[in-house]
Each structure stands twice: as C-alpha cells, then as structure tokens.
Design a protein around this ligand. Structure first.
Ligand SMILES: Cc1cc2nc3c(=O)[nH]c(=O)nc-3n(C[C@H](O)[C@H](O)[C@H](O)COP(=O)(O)O)c2cc1C
Length: 314
C-alpha cells in the first residue's frame, strides 16, 4: 500500500490514462478489474454518451474507476453534471485551470487529480485543493506542455514543489520505467500510449497497427502555437510540419486542423489524413495485448527490476 493505492482504493499504483477515442468503459473496466485504476476519457464524449459509459463500466466491474475531463472541452458543466449524478468518485482534470472545478467536485466528496506539465501549475493545483497531481513529461502522447520538460526532469521538480502525491506520466510502459518514476519521487504512474494499443482500447485497429510499427523519431511535438500535441508522423503531420516551418500562425493551424481530425485518425482509422496522438514510448510497443496483461506485465516488471537493484546493492 502507498499513498496512491490508498487514495483510490486500488491494488497497484498504475493509472490507465484518460484518452480521447481510446479509453471507453471497456478499457477502463478491464484495467480496474486487473487492479489498476481505469479512467473513462470524457474528452471525446457528449455528456449522454459519458453517462452510458459510466453505467456500462459499473456493470462490468465493482472496482474503483474514474473519469478524465480535459477542461478545454466545450460543455464541461454538462460532463460534470453527469459525473456527479452518476456517483463517480474519482475525476482527473487536465488542460485547463484547476481552480475552476476542483472546489465544486470536492464539495461533492469526489477525489480530484489534476494533470500538469510544470511545477507552477502543480502548486496552483495543490492550492485549488486537488488530492494529487499527474506530472506529465515531454515524451507523453496527447496534449503536452510548452516547456518540453522530460519526465526524468519533471518528476523530481514537481515532487519537491508540492506536498501532495505525484503520479508520473510520459514514457512509462514498463515496470522498469515505473521503478524509475517511483525512485524520482512519484507515488504511482499514469500510462497512456501502452493502453491505447490494448485489445480493449476503442482506437481503430489501423491506428493500433501503426503504433506497434512505430520507431524512434516517429512522433513529434507539434502545434505549439495552438495546443501542443505529440503526433505520430503521417501526411497530416507532414502538412503541419511544413506549415510550422513556414512560420504559420494560429489561424492557419486552426484551419489545417479542421474539424474532427482526431476522431478521423484515431477512431475511424484514416491513418494518413487523421490526427494520431501517441507518445515517444510507442517505439517500444510491439504487440496488442489485453489490458489485464499490460497491468500484470508492468507490475511484475516493476518487482523484478526492484529485486535486481536490491541484489546490486548488497
Ligand atoms: C491517444 C491519446 C489520447 C489522449 N487523450 C487525453 C485526454 O483526453 N485527456 C488527457 O488528460 N490526456 C490525454 N492523453 C495523455 C494521457 O492521458 C497520458 O498522460 C499520456 O499518454 C502519458 O504518456 P504516455 O503516452 O507516454 O504513456 C492522451 C494520450 C494519448 C496517447
């Protein structure tokens, strides 16, 4: 038991990240059943769709699970109402000001965690009253910090800046990486990319296939003038790279992105023209596995890596 397993009432301090178009009830329930914390990614759901996912998740597992809400979503109030109505106990917020919703959720007795990519926002989140922060490094898939601080540098900085538990995210897909994150000061890990390719992920099979074929250098942090996001390289990403090299401004990037680009890529499987979000760690993912096996592999890898280090120090 540690601060993170106690906070959520789970067996292993392994959180499956909320991920648009990937983490519906099937993935969240499978991870929670396996002893981690599954999160439903509400960022790609209308409020009533989220309600259905919450209900299905609860039918599939009696273990704790939570919901991730990116605060740049247009109808936050609608999502939050569903979350509270349905009796969800854990919320992870991201991509916005932690002061806006934390108080409201805490008043309802929920456990609240906020995702940050620097120590300034970690302190802000602590002041807003969150129970823990996720510190997400530059390697991570999805939306990302402008400072480009890697997980290795970020975790000690954030751990020193706050007095609440820190969950490390970005580049963690193995037990060895989890051990490193805990050595740096984290109490648990949030794993995204590795679960995006889980069998239960709702990502399109063509996207999963492109992830397991990805090599080093195949992802790049793009669109820093808009909302920085790590993209798997394809025709769309190449167009973004060209535009950025020409010095394209915000408006041009908004137009290039258009509407529903992420859905098109990650959910509908248009792997050239769609937006494909994934982390650098994709280069070490080579197969599509059930979520429970991913949890087991990370945990057993963690124990094995820790044992080896102990032997070394004797
Ligand atoms: C496909 C994909 C979609 C994501 N969508 C979200 C999201 O909706 N909300 C959020 O807070 N983070 C999102 N992220 C970031 C993850 O929550 C997580 O912090 C990150 O993936 C961790 O780094 P890793 O990919 O190296 O494991 C997404 C990541 C990926 C790969």
């Amino acid at each position: 038991m540690n601060a993170i397993t106690k906070l959520f009432g789970i067996r292993y301090p392994i959180v499956q990240a909320g991920m648009v178009w990937c983490s519906g009830w099937k993935l969240a329930a499978a991870v929670s059943e396996a002893g981690g914390l599954g999160l439903i990614g509400a960022g790609s759901m209308y409020p009533e769709v989220l309600r259905t996912h919450i209900r299905k998740c609860r039918e599939a597992t009696n273990q704790p699970f939570g919901v991730n809400v990116p605060l740049l979503y247009p109808d936050i109030a609608g999502l939050m109402k569903v979350i509270v109505d349905e009796g969800v106990r854990i919320v992870f917020t991201s991509a916005g000001n932690p002061a806006t919703w934390t108080g409201v959720l805490k008043e309802q007795g929920l456990t609240v965690v906020h995702v940050v990519s620097n120590s300034k926002f970690a302190v802000k989140a602590e002041h807003a009253g969150v129970d823990a922060v996720v510190a997400e490094g530059f390697e991570a898939g999805g939306h990302n910090g402008r400072e480009e601080t890697t997980t290795m540098c970020l975790i000690p900085i954030v751990s020193a800046a706050v007095n609440i538990p820190v969950i490390a995210a970005g580049g963690i897909a193995s037990g060895k990486a989890m051990l490193a994150a805990l050595a740096l000061g984290a109490g648990g890990v949030q794993v995204g990319s590795a679960f995006a390719v889980a069998a239960e992920s709702s990502a399109h099979e063509a996207f999963k296939q492109k992830i397991v074929e990805a090599a080093e250098g195949d992802t790049r942090l793009s669109m820093k003038k808009l909302v920085p996001v790590r993209l798997l390289q394809n025709d769309f990403a190449a167009a973004v790279n060209d535009a950025e090299a020409r010095g394209a401004g915000r408006e041009e990037l908004v137009e290039l992105l258009g509407k529903a680009r992420a859905k098109r890529g990650m959910f509908e499987g248009d792997i050239e023209e769609g937006e494909l979000e994934i982390g650098q760690v994709a280069a070490s993912l080579h197969e599509i596995k059930p979520a429970a096996q991913i949890v087991r592999d990370i945990w057993s890898g963690f124990l094995e890596a820790r044992r080896r280090l102990c032997v070394l120090s004797q």
